[in-house]
Ligand binder design. Structure first.
Ligand code: NAD
Length: 479
C-alpha cells in the first residue's frame, strides 16, 4: 500500500506516533493509500524546520526565489502525465478536466508568482513630510491549508506567493486528497530547494490543522475550505493577532435576463453548476431566470443535460466523475431527500448513479436540475457542493438582486444580459467578490479573488496575495 508521508526539512517521514489515515479512490470506493496522521509534535517539528530555513530564503534576491519557483514548475511539467494520473486517482475527476484546466492552472500559479515577485514595486509618498517609502518584508513562517476539491490547483495558488515573498511554508493539504501536493513537495526537494523552506504536514483538520493554526511560530494562515472551519481559524488567529486569509464557501447565483444571448447559454450554465461534480466554490448552484425566458431556458437545459455522461473518470467520454468522498456523497443525498420532502420538482437527475464495471461501488451522483422550492429552503440557502442546480424565476432586476443577495454567502455571481447598463448596475450591487458578465469562471490571475459574508475575509490573486504574505513597513526620511 502506498504511504503518503510528511515532508519536513526535506525529509519524508511518518507521523511521530506512526498513525495513518486511509485514502480512497472515489470512483471505486477502494483504499489506494494511507496518509500520515500527524499531531502537534509533527507540527512543532515542521515549524522548527521552517523557522531555521526562513532567514536565508528571505535573504535571496527576488529573482533567485523566482528561479526556484520556475524550476519547480519545469519539473512538474516534465512529469505532467504522472501528476494528472495521480490527481485523477485521488479525486475521481475526469482526466480531461485535469489535463485541460486544473494541471495547467497549477503550473500557471507557480510561473505567475515567479514573474510577479520580480515585477512588484513598493510605494513611496513624498510632498508632505519628508520622503516615505514602504518596505515589504516577509512574515516568517506561514501556514497554507487547502481543501480537497482542487488539490493541486489551490495548494500551488497558496504556496507560490508565500514562497515568492520570502516566507517559509508549512502546508497542510486535505487528508482526503493528499497525493499530488506530496509529489509536488518531493519534487521541490529533488530540484534542490533548500530544506525547510517548504514543509508538508498531513492529517486531520481538527488535529494537525488545528495545531498548525494555533502554533505561535506561525505568523499567518492562508486557508481555503468550509465556512465552519474558517470561523474557527478566524477566532484562533484573532486571539493570537495573526494574519488570516479565509476563502470559504459559496451559494453563487447565475442570473439570466430575457435578453441574454441564447447561443451556448444552456451549456455555460450547466458547466457553471456541474463542473467537477459541482465541487467548486464558484459553482453557480442557483439559477435565476427572468420569468418571460424561464420555460424556454428550462427546456434547453434539460435537453443540454443529456450531454453530461456520468461514470468512470478514466474513460475519455466521461463528463462527470464521482463526488470526492463518501461523506460528500451522503451530504448530497441528504440534501436531495429533504428537497424532495419540501416538494421540489426534479427536472433531471436527482438520484445516485451506479456505473457498470470497476466503478460500481463509487460515489456517483446524477447531475441534477431542481425547481419549485421556497426561497428560504436549504437548497437555495446552503452550499451543498454537489452537481445540483436549483432554478428560480424572477420578475425584474430588483427582484433578481433581492434573490441573489438573499443568502449569507457572497463569493461570486454571473449576469447574462446584452444590456451593458443592466450588467453594470447588477455588478455594482450584487453582494459578491467576483461578478462575471456573460460567462463563468474566467480567471485572470492578476485580479482580486475572494468573498464577503460567509464566503470569507481577505483577497488572493496578483498583488493581493503578495500583500497578504508580506508586512508593510513605513520608513520616513525626514530629510
Ligand atoms: P474543510 O474546511 O473541511 O477543510 C479544508 C482544510 O482545512 C483541510 O485541509 C482540512 O483538513 C483543514 N481543516 C479542517 N478542520 C480544521 C481545523 N479545525 N483547523 C485547521 N484546519 C482544519 O473544507 P473541505 O470540505 O476540504 O472543502 C470544501 C469547502 O471549501 C467548501 O465549503 C468550498 O466552498 C470551500 N472552498 C472555497 C474556495 C474559495 O476559494 N472560496 C475554494 C475551494 C473550496
Amino acid at each position: 500500500m502506498r504511504e503518503v508521508l510528511n515532508q519536513i526539512g526535506g525529509v519524508a517521514q511518518s507521523a511521530r506516533d506512526g498513525r495513518f489515515l486511509d485514502v480512497f479512490d472515489p470512483a471505486t470506493g477502494e483504499t489506494i493509500a494511507r496518509v500520515a496522521r500527524s499531531g502537534a509534535d509533527d507540527v512543532e517539528q515542521a515549524v522548527t524546520a521552517a523557522r531555521a530555513a526562513q532567514p536565508a530564503w528571505a535573504a535571496l534576491p527576488h529573482s533567485a526565489r523566482a528561479a526556484w519557483l520556475t524550476r519547480l514548475a519545469d519539473a512538474m511539467d516534465a512529469e505532467a502525465e504522472a501528476f494528472i494520473a495521480l490527481e485523477a486517482l485521488d479525486t475521481g475527476k475526469p482526466i480531461a478536466l485535469i489535463r485541460d484546466i486544473e494541471f495547467p492552472r497549477a503550473l500557471a500559479n507557480l510561473r505567475f508568482f515567479a514573474a510577479a515577485i520580480t515585477q512588484w514595486a513598493s510605494e513611496s509618498h513624498h510632498g508632505e513630510v519628508g520622503l516615505n517609502y514602504t518596505l515589504r518584508q516577509p512574515l516568517g513562517v506561514v501556514a497554507c491549508i487547502s481543501p480537497w476539491n482542487l488539490p493541486l490547483y489551490l495548494f500551488s495558488w497558496k504556496i507560490a506567493p508565500a514562497l515568492a515573498c520570502g516566507n517559509a511554508v508549512v502546508a497542510k493539504p486535505s487528508e482526503i486528497t493528499p497525493l499530488s501536493a506530496t509529489r509536488l513537495v518531493e519534487l521541490a526537494s529533488e530540484t534542490g530547494l533548500p530544506p525547510g523552506v517548504l514543509n508538508l504536514v498531513h492529517g486531520q483538520g481538527d488535529e494537525a490543522g488545528r495545531a498548525l493554526v494555533a502554533h505561535p511560530g506561525v505568523r499567518a494562515v492562508s486557508f481555503t475550505g468550509s465556512t465552519r472551519v474558517g470561523r474557527e481559524i478566524g477566532r484562533t488567529c484573532g486571539e493570537q493577532l495573526k494574519k488570516a486569509s479565509l476563502e470559504l464557501g459559496g451559494k453563487n447565483a447565475c442570473i439570466v435576463f430575457a435578453d441574454a444571448r441564447p447561443e451556448g447559454l444552456a451549456a455555460t450554465l450547466l458547466r457553471a453548476g456541474w463542473q467537477n461534480s459541482g465541487q467548486i466554490c464558484l459553482c453557480g448552484s442557483r439559477l435565476l431566470v427572468q420569468r418571460s425566458a424561464y420555460e424556454g431556458l428550462r427546456e434547453a437545459l434539460v435537453e443540454e443535460a443529456r450531454n453530461w455522461t456520468v461514470g468512470d473518470p478514466q474513460q475519455p467520454a466521461t463528463r462527470m466523475g464521482p463526488l470526492a468522498s463518501r461523506a460528500q456523497f451522503d451530504k448530497v443525498q441528504a440534501a436531495l431527500d429533504s428537497a424532495r420532502q419540501a416538494g421540489a420538482r426534479i427536472l433531471c437527475g436527482g438520484q445516485a448513479v451506479r456505473p457498470e464495471g470497476r466503478c460500481r461501488n463509487g460515489w456517483f451522483q446524477a447531475p441534477t436540475l431542481i425547481e419549485a422550492l421556497p426561497e428560504d429552503s436549504p437548497l437555495h440557502q446552503q452550499e451543498i457542493f454537489g452537481p445540483v442546480i436549483v432554478l428560480q424565476p424572477f420578475e425584474d432586476a430588483e427582484d433578481a438582486l433581492r434573490l441573489a443577495n438573499g443568502t449569507a454567502y457572497g463569493l461570486s455571481a454571473s449576469v447574462f444580459t446584452r444590456d451593458l447598463g443592466t450588467a453594470h448596475d447588477m455588478a455594482a450591487r450584487l453582494r459578491a467578490g467576483i461578478v462575471w458578465v456573460n460567462g463563468w469562471m474566467a480567471r485572470d490571475l492578476r485580479t482580486p479573488f475572494g468573498g464577503m459574508g460567509d464566503s470569507g475575509i481577505g483577497r488572493e490573486g496578483g498583488v493581493e496575495s503578495l500583500r497578504f504574505f508580506t508586512e508593510p513597513r513605513n520608513v520616513c526620511l525626514t530629510l
